[in-house]
Design a protein around this ligand. Structure first.
Ligand code: ITT
Length: 202
């Protein structure tokens, strides 16, 4: 059975492939996992939803309708408590036109300058939509943590250099991909998604 990871973000594809392969029953044995690189004709999908769930469902539905294959889309947001949950659904575009990971991190540091550690709590929330012929499911993963006072670490992507998950004193970017993929918001959501995928082939 073929499934499509409905994302243009190559870091997400890498992480999702690694997480799907990492379990006692390696799902990459049972599924041929494609990504949007295999469907270059599918261009940018406008994310105009008000919630992570709406955006994830829009991406998965668009890709399912174009490929007729079961599609998994991930929409992720970083919700910072002292910013009233921002950037949240706008995490990718936080620093405006021409946003980059660096500019987004710099803007977050600026908005939190002077905010003490005790008030830098945040949640990484990942919503995965799975859409196919007879399937329309949602899986959610959340990790609580805090925003560091400077960018640290070389691994990962996005806000990883600033996000310190609870229980650790180092950022996702310092933890490295092996551990990040065991504890992250994405891995928690994908664990639920795996259960749904197993049901599809059983
Ligand atoms: P697709 O929509 O094509 O999947 P995207 O990068 O636009 O790719 P999102 O809409 O979910 O993805 O944007 C979420 C942003 O949040 C993303 O651009 C990163 O900056 C950040 N992000 C998502 N997952 C992350 C992770 O695991 N670690 C750090 N930052 C992450």
């Amino acid at each position: 059975m073929r499934i499509v990871l409905a994302t243009h973000n190559r870091h997400k594809v890498e992480e999702m492939r690694a997480i799907l392969a990492d379990s006692s029953d390696d799902l990459t044995d049972r599924f041929e996992i494609l990504s949007l690189e295999d469907f270059p004709e599918i261009g940018e999908i406008i994310e105009d939803g008000a919630t992570l769930e709406e955006n994830a469902r829009k991406k998965a539905r668009t890709v399912f309708e174009k490929t007729l294959l079961v599609s998994l889309a991930d929409d992720t947001g970083l919700e910072v408590d002292s910013l009233g949950g921002r950037p949240g659904v706008y995490s990718a575009r936080y620093s405006g036109k021409g946003a980059s990971y660096l500019k987004n991190n710099q803007k977050l540091l600026k908005e939190l300058s002077g905010v003490p550690t005790s008030k830098r709590s945040a949640t990484f929330r990942c919503v995965i939509s799975i859409i196919g012929d007879n399937i329309d499911e949602i899986a959610v993963g959340e990790v609580k943590g805090k925003i560091g006072s400077e960018m640290r670490g070389e691994n990962g992507f996005g806000y990883d250099p600033l996000f310190i998950p609870d229980g650790y004193e180092i950022t996702y970017a310092e933890i490295g991909s092996k551990i990040k993929n065991r504890i992250s918001h994405r891995s928690l959501a994908l664990e639920q998604a795996k259960t749904i995928l197993r049901q599809l082939v059983s």
